[in-house]
Design a protein around this ligand. Structure first.
Ligand SMILES: Nc1ncnc2c1ncn2[C@@H]1O[C@H](COP(=O)(O)OP(=O)(O)O)[C@@H](O)[C@H]1O
Ligand SMILES: [Mg+2]
Length: 248
């Protein structure tokens, strides 16, 4: 299964044919030059391949959420450069970055961030409202996605009427609503039970089979076997990477 004895070091940054995301010397410093300064990311460089299932592993506080937020264009690095499809996106304006996020990236937050008073289908379709898509079409798209992830019998439920696993699936459907090619999930198994985790893995495998690139922050070893590559984050540093034996 997972061969932990033969971890390969892959910290050297090199351009690849199937390169999707490249981070080059990324730093994130919170409260810079203040007494409570935190170096959350220190000179992190790596490449994510198109269509891969990539996991960022590390203990709590190591910088995983910070890193995937930067990859997901939710946050900006303090230093360093980020590339998407070989294009430097570091200095994109907020507006350009938000358009890119809408088109390319689906983000599933650790606590799902569903809107409490909206039903499942309304949550899923919410990202389509600013695009001026009429309700009938938004609802149709949301229903399609909820059906795809096995929640067609929960479309009118509010988040509080759903289990953790179901809430997460609504959040996944919402992340997919604009058909992004990059799906990012923060600690996806931390707020769901074992059964829901197994269902989640099936959903992620399906998305990968569709050609989507999956990026996850997680220290759940149960997920590792599904990954093409695992990057190890320690105290904000990229400490190395390894490939589970099943993929070699
Ligand atoms: N907004 C913030 N302001 C200041 N420090 C932060 C902020 N967000 C995260 N940190 C700090 O940065 C470090 C990395 O946090 P985080 O990326 O959330 O790690 P992980 O997701 O691996 O638990 C931690 O020490 C955390 O306390
Ligand atoms: Mg985190």
């Amino acid at each position: 299964m997972i061969d932990t004895e033969h971890r390969t070091q892959n910290t050297e940054l090199r351009s690849q044919d199937n390169e999707l995301i490249r981070c080059d010397g990324i730093w994130k410093i919170y409260n810079e030059a203040k007494p409570h300064e935190v170096r959350a990311l220190v000179d992190v460089s790596f490449v994510v391949e198109k269509g891969s299932f990539t996991i960022f592993n590390g203990p709590s506080g190591s910088g995983k959420t910070t890193l995937i937020s930067i990859i997901g264009a939710i946050d900006r690095p303090s230093r360093g450069r980020a590339y998407l499809d070989g294009k430097d996106i570091t200095d994109f304006s907020d507006v350009t970055l938000s358009l890119l996020r809408r088109k390319r990236i689906g983000f599933v937050f650790q606590n799902f961030n569903l809107v409490p008073r909206l039903s499942a289908w309304e949550n899923v379709s919410a990202p389509l409202i600013p695009q001026g898509i009429r309700e009938k079409d938004r609802k149709y798209r949301a229903m399609q996605l909820l059906d795809k992830i096995g929640l067609s019998d929960r479309v009118h439920h509010a988040p509080e009427e759903l289990s953790g696993g179901e809430q997460q699936r609504v959040a996944i459907a919402r992340a997919l609503v604009n058909n992004p090619d990059i799906i990012i999930l923060d600690e996806p198994t931390s707020n769901i039970d074992v059964e829901a985790a197994s269902l989640l893995i099936d959903i992620l495998k399906g998305l990968k089979a569709e050609g989507k690139t999956i990026l996850i922050s997680s220290h759940d070893e149960g997920l590792f076997v599904n990954a093409d590559i695992i990057f190890e984050i320690r105290h904000g540093h990229l400490a190395g990477s390894w490939v589970p034996l099943v993929h070699r």
